[in-house]
Each structure stands twice: as structure tokens, then as C-alpha cells.
Write a protein that binds this ligand. Structure first.
Ligand SMILES: Cc1cc2nc3c(=O)[nH]c(=O)nc-3n(C[C@H](O)[C@H](O)[C@H](O)COP(=O)(O)OP(=O)(O)OC[C@H]3O[C@@H](n4cnc5c(N)ncnc54)[C@H](O)[C@@H]3O)c2cc1C
Length: 392
């Protein structure tokens, strides 16, 4: 009788799901995915769920993703790992043995200890956050409609998430009240927007935001109160709603177990050229791995793909080339149906950029959920959530 290799994947995001999908349905391996939620959440569409579009685009139930596969799923949360005995401990009290393990735990919001920020801002790291933000924006739009002065919304953080959420607020206000007036201010600490992307790309994004969003760069946020955002060496800015999109860090588990994992200055785990840690058969992938371009869905998918091919090669006593990260494609929304993107090395914007962004969304989802399931959810993103339909 052949021995079945037991591969356990902790974390059902882009990295974990990609590896699971490629390792499914083998006779010589069982695959178990452990994740606390019942659904995969697509973070790239959270800003749309916050701004009136159907949340059905953002969530894909694991039962749909794993249909027609032998992947087992356990709704639970890993609280610790014992690499010496190859066991993980779960919140439910269960202890699970593995032959090999992939940790794909993703990232967490980070407030950098800024006083008042956690208490007085909304954020956008989960569907629950997006729906809470949507509620706050709805209340503001409805109240503001009866006031002479437009509502003031500050988005702190000029990375892709800050830009996309800021860019779509005025459209949401129009959807609800027929009046798009709202003062949206995007505050960034660095000297320009989108510091991790090329400068000419960021300049085009800023141009495309036009007068929908007022951009303030080089403003270091130092404190938030219920109604004001305090900035070093500048006057405080008052707001009706503050949205924090300026920080995320690798899953804090790895910093807590610094006796087990060596981490870089961002708290990401150092891995070798096979994405393995110093422990026998333990891989770390996705946002928590210290690799080039980690922090994007593209990088997490690429790492999940590599782990699957490496593990299969190990089982078949073959060798594979080392992991090599490739540069992701960029497409940053600048409105509800516009974006700036790179296509064949050229920067494109407006509706061309939007087509590119939608294609990137669909191809990322297809790689983890299969084409049919991905398409069924992706196309729901074309729809305004039913409750707002009457104002269309
Ligand atoms: C608002 C927002 C918008 C984004 N937009 C884009 C975009 O447009 N394009 C792009 O490329 N990237 C985007 N990103 C980044 C992208 O979402 C991440 O890089 C990607 O999801 C990382 O995948 P991952 O597998 O490392 O982790 P994740 O997708 O974060 O998944 C980690 C999973 O692990 C689970 N988990 C955590 N701890 C435990 C535990 N102890 N036990 C069990 N399970 C656990 C979590 O619940 C989660 O389901 C965005 C991120 C955000 C926040």
C-alpha cells in the first residue's frame, strides 16, 4: 500500500489556494486547508464593495472553490506550531500532524502606534470593514445632501488602496443622492502618490483623479481625534469621515515566534530559494514571506505555484529550478469605470485602463478558483448592490 503524503496549508488567501489547487487530486497526497473564514475574500475589490457595488464579487465560498477536488477544508485558526514533532495547534483545541506545511498567513493592518488612528478611522482590510465603511459613507451622503457644505472625507495613505477608494467616493454619493458633491482629500506622507510604483505611472494617476480628489503629499500624520487629523508642521485637517489605508504588516505570528522564524525589518519571514524556512518541510509564502514583490496577489500566486511544483518534485525525487519572482502588472482604478494600467510596456488610462484592470482581476481569481467559478463572481462586480439600484 502506498504512503499518502499529508500537506497542510494554513491560510486560504491567494498563496494558499493556488498551492492547494495545483496539488489537488493526486493519489499520493492529501491536502488540508485551514482558514478561519468560510469564504475567500478578494481584497482588490473591497473599495468597490465599500462604494456601492455588489459584495458578491468580493467573496467566494470555499465550498465552490474546492468543488470537484479532494481538498479538505477546516474552519479553524492556527495558534502555534511545533516543527520538531511536525504538529500545529488550532484554536479549537485540535492538534494536526503534517508531513509538509505551507504557512500563507497574509498581512494585518498596521497603525504604527499613531494615537487615535485605530479608534477614529475606518479601514479596508476585510469585507466586514468594507461594509462598515459603506454604511458610514451612506449616512454621510444622505445627511450631507440636506446641508449647504459638502461632507469632508479624508483618506490617509496614498498607495493603491487609498487611491482607489478615494477615487470612487463621489460616484457613490451620486448613486445614493443624485449629487456627487463631496470633498475628498487624499493625504500621503511621501513626496508623491504610489511610492512603490514608477513615477510616470503615479503622475498619470494623479492627473486622472482630476478634481474628484484633492491630493496632499509630504504630509506626515501624527495623531487623529474624533474630528481632526493632525499633521507634522501643518495645520490640522477637520473631517466628517477618516479612512486609514496607510499601513499593513506581515502576520504578527512570525514576530511572536521569533525563536522559530527569522524575520526582516518588515516582520516577513526569511525563506531560502525554495521558499523553505529553517524547519524541515515548512514553506512560508505570500505577504508574510520576505521575497521580491511580496505584498501583491501576483507574488502570492507565483509563490503558491512554486511550492506546488517543488513539493511534487520532492515526492518524485526530481529537482526544480529555484524560485524567481517576476514583476507584477499594475492597474490602479481612478474612478468607478476608469483606471491607469501598463499595457505592453505603455501607460494606458481611462476606459482602456479599466478593461486592463478587470482582466487582471479575472485572471488572478481564475488561478485560484478555476475559470467558471471566478467568472461567475467577477461578473457580479459589474452590478450595483441591489439596495442602491433604484437611484441608478
Ligand atoms: C484593500 C486591499 C486591496 C488590495 N488590492 C490589490 C490589488 O488590486 N492587486 C494586488 O495584486 N494585490 C492587492 N492587495 C494585496 C493582496 O490582497 C495580497 O498581497 C494578497 O492577498 C496576499 O495573499 P496571501 O496568500 O499572502 O494572504 P491573504 O490573501 O491575506 O490570505 C491570508 C489568509 O490567512 C488567514 N490566516 C491568517 N492567520 C491565520 C491563522 N493563524 N490560522 C489560519 N488562517 C489564518 C487569513 O484569514 C486569510 O484568509 C490588496 C490588499 C488590500 C488590503
Amino acid at each position: 500500500m502506498s504512503v499518502i503524503h499529508k500537506h497542510v496549508i494554513v491560510g486560504g488567501g491567494f498563496g494558499g489556494l493556488r498551492a492547494a489547487r495545483l496539488l489537488a487530486n493526486r493519489d499520493d497526497m492529501s491536502v488540508l486547508v485551514i482558514n478561519p473564514q468560510l469564504n475567500f475574500e478578494y481584497h482588490g475589490s473591497l473599495y468597490r464593495s465599500a462604494n456601492g457595488y455588489s459584495p458578491l464579487e468580493t467573496v467566494i465560498p470555499y465550498r465552490e472553490i474546492f468543488r470537484d477536488t479532494n481538498i479538505e477544508y477546516l474552519q479553524d485558526f492556527m495558534i502555534d506550531l511545533d516543527p520538531a514533532t511536525k504538529h500545529i495547534k488550532l484554536l479549537s483545541g485540535k492538534v494536526i500532524y503534517y508531513d509538509s506545511l505551507t504557512l500563507a498567513l497574509g498581512y494585518e493592518p498596521e497603525y504604527f502606534g499613531i494615537p487615535g488612528m485605530r479608534e477614529f478611522s475606518k479601514t479596508l482590510y476585510s469585507l466586514a470593514d468594507a461594509l462598515e465603511l459603506r454604511k458610514a459613507l451612506t449616512v454621510l451622503a444622505t445627511k450631507g445632501f440636506h446641508k449647504a457644505a459638502p461632507a469632508r472625507v479624508i483618506v490617509a495613505g496614498g498607495g493603491p488602496t487609498g487611491v482607489e477608494v478615494a477615487a470612487t467616493i463621489s460616484h457613490f454619493f451620486e448613486l445614493i443622492t443624485g449629487d456627487s458633491r463631496v470633498n475628498v482629500i487624499l493625504v500621503e506622507g511621501q513626496s508623491r502618490l504610489l511610492g512603490s510604483l514608477p513615477e510616470d505611472f503615479a503622475l498619470r494617476v494623479k492627473d486622472c483623479l482630476g478634481n474628484k480628489v484633492k491630493v496632499l503629499c509630504g504630509k506626515k500624520v501624527i495623531r487623529a481625534s474624533k474630528e481632526s487629523l493632525y499633521i507634522a508642521d501643518s495645520a490640522a485637517l477637520s473631517f466628517d469621515l477618516l479612512i486609514w489605508t496607510a499601513g499593513s504588516s506581515a502576520n504578527s505570528y512570525f514576530r511572536q515566534r521569533s525563536d522559530l522564524f527569522e524575520v526582516d525589518h518588515k516582520g516577513r519571514v526569511l525563506v531560502d530559494h525554495n521558499l523553505l524556512t529553517t524547519h524541515d518541510s515548512v514553506y512560508v509564502i505570500g505577504d508574510s514571506a520576505s521575497t521580491e514583490y511580496s505584498g501583491t496577489a501576483h507574488a502570492a500566486i507565483e509563490m503558491g505555484t512554486f511550492v506546488a511544483s517543488h513539493l511534487q518534485a520532492v515526492l518524485e525525487s526530481r529537482s526544480v529550478p529555484c524560485f524567481k519572482a517576476t514583476q507584477p502588472s499594475y492597474a490602479v482604478p481612478t474612478g468607478h469605470d476608469t483606471a491607469v494600467a501598463i499595457q505592453d510596456g505603455m501607460i494606458v488610462s481611462d476606459s482602456k485602463g479599466w478593461v486592463s484592470r478587470r482582466q487582471l482581476d479575472l485572471s488572478a481569481l481564475s488561478l485560484i478558483a478555476g475559470e467558471d467559478v471566478a467568472y461567475a463572481h467577477w461578473q457580479k462586480g459589474e452590478n450595483i448592490a441591489t439596495i442602491y439600484d433604484q437611484n441608478k
